[in-house]
Design a protein around this ligand. Structure first.
Ligand code: FAQ
Length: 311
């Protein structure tokens, strides 16, 4: 009976046994995983756009090769995660249709523009830094294919964060103009990076259930605090500052206190009205349309091979 199946499912969650694609699972568990994993996949794919913007303008051959490799990694993460979504019974096409129609979300962070080369450093350091903290927790998520995908993705994200920090280290030791560029990028990316962790726990509609099912292993606010504590120290190495007058070490809590996020801005971006939302979705739709011939050719080729094998 369903009650028995549910009990087996909950026992597995209790005992830290991963849920696998062919196991019975509650519909709502499947649904929230499809939502989260597909949104994660879309974030990786849309996330290629702000950085792709600088591949042709990287300041040296070495920087260009590194950035190219990083952006290709993001494509790999996206494909990995679309595959993980497919194990839950949703096709990749459906997932992508939902992105293009505006039904599915992707991370708010990728709706901000990359205006200078320093932004590529700030994205690597802050955006990948935030992504890693969230994804290290997801290595222990209860759904097997998602957890295993996260292990490899985290290794690559660590390299990404280092490359971002390395760009900023170089700029921070440069001319006054380069140092200003570095500080300006940090100022613009700091608050949007904090928003990546999602709304406060008190406003987080999915958290309670996702925590019970061990999809989420740390809360939005806990991860955000970890991020602030980490970055507040690293920024000192750069001799730069974070744009928050309330940022202050708190001896009682052993954490940094920090100012309030502009939640109106966050929800506005999530709803599709950020600086680059339209541009990002237009770029994805265009890539999908222009890639139609590749999908057709691959399908025709597969059919031909199948027919040949059957002869
Ligand atoms: N942007 O109830 P919660 C990367 C939505 S890293 C947009 O707290 P949940 C690597 C949320 O979906 C970035 N929407 O939701 C990279 C929900 O709406 P829904 C991607 C947001 O799921 C680096 C509503 O608000 N990482 O791509 C955001 O329990 C550099 C209520 O929120 C992941 O996706 C937001 N920031 O917790 C690539 C990690 N925050 O869906 C290229 C996996 C919240 O009910 C370059 N995801 N919302 O309509 C997660 O861990 C979770 O989904 C959270 C949100 C923590 C993001």
């Amino acid at each position: 009976s369903v009650q028995e199946l549910e009990k087996i499912f909950l026992d597995k969650i209790d005992q830290e046994i991963k849920i696998e694609p062919k196991d019975w699972m509650p519909d709502a568990y499947r649904k929230t995983l499809v939502r989260q994993i597909s949104q994660h996949a879309h974030s990786e794919i849309v996330g290629m756009l702000p950085e792709g913007n600088w591949i042709g303008r990287a300041p040296s051959l070495k920087r260009k090769a590194i950035l190219l490799a990083k952006v290709q990694d993001e494509a790999g993460h996206g494909l990995y995660l679309y595959s993980a979504t497919e194990t839950l019974g949703t096709t990749r096409e459906q997932t992508i249709v939902d992105l293009h129609s505006g039904k599915a979300k992707y991370s708010s962070i990728f709706n901000y523009p990359t205006l200078t080369w320093a932004d590529i450093g700030a994205v690597g350091w802050l955006v990948d830094g935030a992504a890693i903290l969230n994804q290290v927790m997801l290595c222990r998520t209860s759904y097997g294919p998602y957890a295993r995908a996260m292990v490899r993705i985290c290794k690559e994200e660590s390299f990404h964060q280092r490359q971002g920090f390395d760009i900023l280290v170089a700029l921070s030791k440069g001319t006054q103009e380069q140092r200003d560029m570095c500080q300006d990028a940090i100022n613009r990316w700091w608050w949007p990076s904090l928003m990546m962790f999602g709304p406060h726990d008190s406003e987080s509609t999915n958290s309670e259930q996702s925590t019970k099912w061990k999809i989420k292993r740390m809360s939005n606010d806990e991860l955000r605090q970890k991020f602030v504590d980490m970055i507040a120290e690293q920024v000192k190495v750069l001799n730069m500052t974070l744009p928050d007058p309330h940022l202050k070490w708190n001896e009682q809590t052993n954490h940094y206190d920090f100012g309030e996020i502009n939640w109106a801005e966050f929800w506005n971006v999530v709803k599709g009205n950020g600086p680059c939302n339209k541009q990002r979705l237009d770029a994805r739709r265009k890539a999908w349309d222009e890639g139609a011939w590749v999908r057709e050719a691959a399908t025709a080729y597969a059919a031909k091979r199948k027919a040949r094998a059957e002869k």
